[in-house]
Unconditional design. Structure first.
Lengths: 499, 285
């Protein structure tokens, strides 16, 4: 691996990360770039050690990282002045509505805004919208469960403009800022104008997804149907809050939120089952499965990122070309950060899928070698290895981010993940059969129900244990230190021929 | 593929044993006897499932959200996708918000409503689904009787006439369920003035074993005279944990206690199930 590239990537990510914590103005970035250039000069003139050259690259990229982040941070000053006032605007719902227990969140992209009130003629166009054509103003609208709105609906909204605020322990504004959302509106009046906004293909896909979920819930009772919908098409709605809390406590929340991890497992299972075919067919079908999943979930940026990571992990495991895959993984990570620098710090899904992918590629094979006492049947050993390695690897991050240590995570993951591919398969089959006839989807649905009942039962039993989870929180720097330790161990004990 | 051919024998046995398990599960869950009334744990709201001796199912209200679906599955067998009657006592959010999802997922034969309108979006969604799915709708009126087999029936005590334009709580359906010698009274969110009216015209019908206290234990309901005539053995309060209305109110708990009712609360015990064999009632854990 070319060290110069590593220095550049690390520098760039470091710059982005630092800028996400502190803002010293863009002069600060220029200072780093300047420092980098000077060091390069010194290196060439005085023939210093290579170390100087790498640090020069690092500083140079560090400065660029800060600049990239600065460039991303754009707000609309004009609308910011209207916070606390009643405004009315027209816009399009540009994301799948996020259904919570008692309310629904809609991301609305404003097209025209007026502060005169509801009945005034919509007059004022937002300045920035005209000038750059790129700055889109997004407003997070909290609405009751009914009426139901969908992706692509064009709506007229009247309500009080607000700003996202921090919860007790969660930086909600930063979380929204990564998607460029700086405004909120709670329970405004909403009027549907038409349903033809957004991207037509996405509208179709969400329509299919909605029907798919309806098919599942027509033959399977809740909360199992909601769980299966989350597992198969990453449905955001439908699972009760208390159940999600249990998933979190037992450390298996990743299989229902889009970490891409469940996709990797399922794709890997597809490959294994098709092991009698040439390898290239298996890999292709595995990746095809991942793409299908990404499409069905509406191909949001989060899902696309997770799917790319999942495909890379799959390729690494199948081909064993660890160096090429490493380059690909770092390049993918770099491009994703370049595209949206905020994900590096604020997108838990990106962070988790990146870490899980590293674990699957580097650690899992080593761990598997140590698990020779577990039979290979039903891929038991591989699943155990994958679970163990990802759990160990993401643990410091989880402690930093959520401050929750699940003592039963390992056991619950092992008990559940073995059955996840089969559960996904029958869930998928049942939902798709439902497009043809309900009679057809019933028996498949019942099998999926049996699997899901077992999995929810495991979660239920373990979440009730008194020692299921503890609150342990570690600081950012301690987390970095632990990861440095991990890397040192991996570097110190290279394992040859692990595939 | 190789795996399947190699283990065909075992897969076959597994398939047969699951089929057998399914049959026995069905036999077991269909041989329920007696009458079950379950006050579902749906938070701040009402949802009550009645399973009659003849295996009909009646759902009174649907709670404030989708939670009712998960609670229904805990009681009904997983393959049962039908509910015979849905009663929407009145169109307030905490009573009907879960019902559109119920209509979407279960085959419902009959919806009973008081006939009072509401301009909330959820009520419109509910009405639209009733129309789309061609479900028969009946407006509840005093004296109507829903016959549920030989020994069981449900009697409507309120509303008396047209309640269009009324306050929604005032219009709440009040229904009495009778099985053999045991009886239950469901009151929706009826306020004291309606209770007073019932005391004056339905005295002989008010004495019951189980009373769902009106309006989640708010002091606008459960007047002394009404509770006195009802003199329930059990009073059920369907309210959410730490709800912002302070339900149930201490005054109401005191009145219920005064007349010797044992108080059961969904915010404390979760779903409350009461079984009747026609002679006695028993709370089951």
């Amino acid at each position: 691996m070319n060290r110069a590239v590593v220095a550049l990537l690390l520098g760039f990510s470091g710059g982005v990360l630092m800028r996400s914590f502190y803002d010293f103005g863009w002069n600060f970035a220029l200072l780093f770039i300047f420092l980098g250039l000077i060091l390069v000069g010194i290196f060439y003139i005085f023939k210093f050690q290579k170390f100087v050259f790498f640090s020069a690259l690092f500083f140079f990229a560090f400065g660029l990282g800060i600049l990239r982040y600065d460039f991303k941070e754009t707000r609309n000053a004009e609308l910011e002045n209207k916070i606390g006032q009643k405004i009315s605007f027209q816009g399009v719902i540009i994301d799948e509505p996020d259904e919570k227990e008692n309310y629904t969140r809609l991301v609305v992209e404003a097209e025209e805004v007026s502060s005169q009130g509801r009945d005034a003629i919509i007059s004022e166009r937002i300045e920035d919208l005209d000038k750059s054509g790129e700055t889109k103003i997004k407003i997070l609208v909290v609405n009751r469960r009914y009426p139901i709105f969908r992706y692509g609906d064009r709506v007229e909204i009247f309500g009080k403009l607000g700003q996202p605020e921090k919860f007790s322990d969660f930086d909600w504004p930063a979380y929204l800022a990564k998607e460029d959302i700086y405004f909120e509106m709670a329970y405004p009046q909403i009027k549907l104008i038409s349903s033809d906004g957004g991207f037509w293909l996405k509208r179709q896909l969400f329509g299919i997804k909605e029907k798919f979920i309806a098919n599942l819930s027509a033959v399977i009772p809740e909360p199992n149907a909601g769980y299966l919908a989350g597992l198969t098409v990453g449905a955001k709605q439908a699972m009760p809050k208390s159940l999600l809390e249990d998933f979190r406590k037992t450390g298996v929340i990743h299989i229902v939120v889009l970490s891409g991890y469940n996709v990797t497992i399922a794709a890997y299972a597809i490959m294994k089952i098709l092991g009698f075919l040439p390898q290239i067919v298996g890999i292709s079908l595995g990746i095809f499965g991942i793409m299908l999943f990404a499409l069905l979930t509406g191909a949001s940026a989060t899902v696309v990122r997770a799917s790319i990571m999942a495909s890379l992990a799959l390729l690494a495991r199948a081909t064993g070309r660890i160096h090429q895959i490493t380059v690909a993984l770092l390049a993918a990570g770099f491009l994703m950060i370049l595209h949206n620098p905020k994900i590096l710090r604020f997108d838990a899904s990106f962070q988790l899928s990146f870490l899980a992918t590293i674990a699957l590629i580097y650690i899992s094979p080593r761990v598997e070698n140590k698990l020779s006492f577990i039979p290979k049947k039903f891929n038991l050993r591989e699943i155990a290895g994958a679970t163990l390695s990802t759990q160990i690897f993401i643990l410091p991050f989880l402690l930093y981010k959520m401050g929750l240590f699940s003592a039963v995570a390992l056991a619950v993951n092992l008990l559940i993940l073995i059955f996840v591919p089969a559960t996904m398969f029958f869930g998928f089959a049942s939902g798709i059969a439902g497009f043809i006839s309900q009679i057809l989807s019933i028996p498949l649905g019942w099998i999926a129900y049996a699997f899901s009942a077992y999995e929810l039962w495991v979660v239920d039993i373990f979440s009730k244990l008194p020692f299921a989870s503890f609150n342990i929180s570690i600081s950012f720097w301690l987390m970095i230190l632990i990861y440095a330790g991990y890397i040192a161990v991996l570097y110190k004990f290279p394992e040859e021929n692990i595939y | 593929m190789k795996f399947i051919t190699k283990n065909l024998k075992w897969i076959f046995i597994l398939g047969l044993s699951s089929a057998a398990a399914l049959v026995w599960y069905a036999v077991f869950s269909e041989s329920r006897s007696g009458l079950l009334v379950a006050f579902l744990n749906v938070g701040q709201g009402d949802a009550i499932l009645i399973d009659t001796p003849n295996d009909q199912q009646i759902l009174i209200d649907g709670g404030p959200n989708k939670q009712v679906l998960a609670e229904l599955s805990k009681i009904m067998p997983f393959y049962d996708r039908s509910i015979d009657v849905v009663i929407a006592t009145h169109p307030d959010q905490d009573h009907i918000s879960g019902l559109p999802e119920v209509l979407k997922r279960y085959n419902v034969d009959l919806v009973i409503e008081p006939g009072v309108e509401s301009d909330t979006a959820v009520f419109k969604a509910f009405e639209k689904l009733i129309e789309e799915k061609n479900i028969k709708k009946v407006l509840a009126r005093r004296g109507m009787k829903l016959v549920l087999g030989d020994n069981a029936y449900m009697l409507i005590l309120f509303p008396v006439g047209n309640v269009a334009g009324w306050d929604t709580n005032d219009a709440s359906i009040i229904a009495k369920l009778v099985y053999g010698k045991t009886s239950y009274l469901f009151t929706g969110d009826s306020p004291q003035k309606i209770e007073k009216y019932l005391v004056s015209v339905e005295k002989e019908n008010l004495d019951v074993d189980v009373l769902k206290a009106g309006h989640h234990g708010s002091k606008t309901s459960s007047s002394e005279s009404f509770i006195g005539y009802a003199s329930p053995e059990y009073a059920i309060i369907s309210a959410g944990k730490n709800n912002r209305y302070g339900h149930p109110r201490k005054e109401v708990l005191d009145i219920l206690g005064k007349f010797g009712a044992k108080i059961l609360r969904t915010d404390e015990s979760g779903t409350i199930k009461i079984k009747s064999d026609g002679e006695n009632i028993a709370v089951i854990q």
